[in-house]
Design a protein around this ligand. Structure first.
Ligand code: CTP
Length: 153
């Protein structure tokens, strides 16, 4: 029987971000600026899984994400898995986990927050893991994740 499995070429070294809900891959790519590299980045959108659902997938050649970077992806895609590839083999595979706090990558939606005036890195505490909300360390206000994910950087 002919195999119909190959959808996106295997990579030699790097990271595969897999099992991203369909429609979320582009958001992750943009938010984390994953295409801001001279390395090859391959994006698969609406790939069919074995269970017949659709998923997105991002392959970053010659780039290994840190655990912190990987877990930040959970803000967008709690189902994502990270595969570390070396010599064409998956040498590490793990599910992303929402971090307890988020440093530096988000600006506080509160325009009056002191974090905008001081040379400090933003800092948010992840308050609710079911209905994601983030609490700013500086102004102590809580915001729904929607506030951040809708803002383009
Ligand atoms: N992959 C790749 N290059 C490689 C090895 C794997 O791009 N050299 C990709 C595969 O295409 C897949 C992901 O990395 O999207 C994980 O690979 P693997 O664990 O072999 O696939 P599955 O068993 O299907 O993974 P899972 O059970 O996590 O769905």
């Amino acid at each position: 029987m002919p195999t119909k499995k190959l959808k996106v070429e295997a990579i030699e070294q790097g990271t595969v971000i897999d099992h991203i809900p369909a429609g979320v891959g582009i958001k992750i790519l943009q938010f984390f600026e994953l295409s801001q590299t001279s390395e090859r980045v391959t994006v698969g959108l609406n790939l069919k899984t074995q269970s017949g659902e659709s998923k997105d997938l991002i392959k970053l050649e010659n780039i290994e994400l840190t655990r912190e970077q990987s877990n930040q992806i959970a803000l967008f895609a709690e189902t994502a898995t990270i595969n570390v590839i070396r010599d064409y083999e998956v040498v590490d595979k793990f599910s992303v986990r929402l971090p307890e706090s988020i440093y530096g990558i988000l600006a506080c939606p509160n325009g009056n927050c002191i974090s905008h005036d001081e040379p400090v890195s933003s800092r948010f505490y992840v308050r609710s893991k079911d209905n994601l909300r983030l609490k700013c360390h500086y102004c102590e206000k809580e915001f729904r994740w929607q506030w951040f994910s809708d803002l383009s950087r």
